[in-house]
Design a protein around this ligand. Structure first.
Ligand code: NAD
Length: 328
């Protein structure tokens, strides 16, 4: 039987999750929860992915509630995807776990590590599955990179530079100056994706070195004893409406690979023997959701994306911020 899943927060990411739930054969989209009145207004063009290609007619048939409590009492969902602004992550996840739901929470986890810790313990106590939606782990281009690092098909990794930049979000809650201040800036909102990817490959870094920070632009290195590779991450927010791109260049002993989301269909690789073009297939958000669906079906912890690692990503961001303060 399909698991009943609700989406709380029907903005950019909520709409993406709702669409993917509708298209997932293990899940049923049983409700949408949002505290706004006209939730479909402008939804198709929200976010930084262009048109979202939403099945609007099907979405409009889904029951809509203003609060999670009301949704739970009427629909009895098994799980909820929480896609609200960061300042509500702790409160709503806590509520959902206490209501007995499995939770897929949009990244970043919570602003404070103590809050993350408390939610991890609460999920365990309630026997619920909690996963933070660190989607990059499920994006095919990054999965390819992760495999190259692991199976050493191009030799040992020497250098990884990951970059992520684009206009400051110009949709939803980001247009409210008061809420925008609580969204964590480019470090927590954007660069945490690459920090989390590094954590998925190498674990928690021993140290961080901040090389440059100008307003919402950051360049830093994650220092590891577990790998001889240098891991450099850079990026941030540009002026609103500037094209978004996430990119990587990885250099190994015997070859290099590079990818840019501006050309999402291909990864380019080069060795002394010649060049290679690798086709990128699949949707990372759909993969992520399907993985979560598998975990709640099998009652297994999300080992590919554990909340403990999502907590680590928060603590690395905090370390980077602290190193900024210490260098001032
Ligand atoms: N994984 C990714 O690639 C990615 C991309 C963008 C945003 N995000 C994350 O997704 C989350 C949401 O960001 P967004 O860009 O979708 O924001 P958004 O502003 O587009 O959507 C947020 C929605 O939450 C609703 N909301 C606010 N308070 C609520 C409440 N108490 N109950 C129910 N609904 C409520 C708002 O009405 C709005 O519709 C954030 O945590 C953000 O970091 C992830």
């Amino acid at each position: 039987m399909k698991k009943k899943m609700a989406v709380t927060g029907f903005g950019f990411m909520g709409a993406v999750h709702a669409k993917n739930i509708l298209e997932n054969e293990r899940l049923e989209l049983c409700a949408i929860v949002d505290n706004r009145d006209s939730i479909f207004e402008g939804i198709e063009k929200t976010g930084n992915h262009g048109e979202l290609g939403l099945p609007i007619d099907r979405l409009k048939k889904v029951p809509v509630y203003k609060t999670l409590e009301e949704c739970v009492s009427k629909e009895q969902p098994d799980a909820v995807s929480i896609c609200v602004p960061l300042f509500l992550h702790y409160e709503l996840t806590r509520k959902a776990l206490n209501l007995g739901l499995d939770v897929l929470l949009e990244k970043p986890f919570c602003p404070a590590v103590e809050q993350c810790d408390e939610l991890i313990n609460l999920a365990e106590e309630k026997g619920r599955i909690l996963m933070v939606a660190h989607c990059v782990r499920f994006f095919p281009a990054w999965q390819f990179l992760s495999e190259c690092i692991r199976d050493k098909r191009y030799g040992e990794l020497k250098l990884l530079t990951a970059s992520r930049m684009g206009g400051e979000p110009a949709w939803g809650v980001w247009l409210d100056d008061k809420i925008k201040k609580t969204c964590g800036g480019a470090l927590l909102d954007l660069l945490i994706h690459d920090i989390d990817f590094a954590i998925s490959c190498f674990g928690k870094p021993e140290d961080v070195e901040l090389n440059l920070n100008v307003a919402e632009y950051w360049e830093f290195e994650l220092k590891y004893k577990t790998t001889p590779a240098r891991i450099s991450i850079k990026g941030g927010f540009l002026h609103r409406h500037t094209a978004f791109a996430s990119e990587y260049i990885a250099t190994f002993d015997k070859g290099s690979v590079r990818y840019s989301s501006l050309q999402p269909e291909f990864i380019y690789a080069g060795t002394d023997a010649g060049s290679e073009t690798i086709e990128v297939k699949g949707d990372g958000y759909a993969n992520e959701l399907d993985y979560f669906a598998g975990c709640i079906e099998a009652r297994k912890p999300p080992i590919k994306c554990l909340p403990e690692e999502s907590l680590t990503a928060i603590s690395v961001c905090n370390q980077i911020k602290e190193s900024k303060h210490n260098s001032c």
